[in-house]
Design a protein. Sequence first.
Length: 105
Amino acid sequence: MAVFIFVKYSPYNNLVMTIQDWASLIVAILTIVSSLGLAIKWLVKHYLSELKPNSGSSLKDQVNRLESALDEQRVDSQRSRDRQEKKLDEMYQILIKHIAKVDKE
């Protein structure tokens, strides 16, 4: 019976929340929500800063450097292909002259 009386008059057995309890619950929830909001804001700010050029260290600058290097390689590749085609044409001309010369003899 002593246990029953202890539980009956315990302040933790009260199911009705007071105004102070509601206020502390609301403050706790707002603190958690604002902390999450600030963390998300910080992450977005720092990730977006990587997408703006800043003289070499941002992701945008690195992508720009890769694109320019790729364009240079493309131009070099085209020049090399043109030189190879020119050499191949010259070799065909030499071969045709040689075949024509051998046929005359």
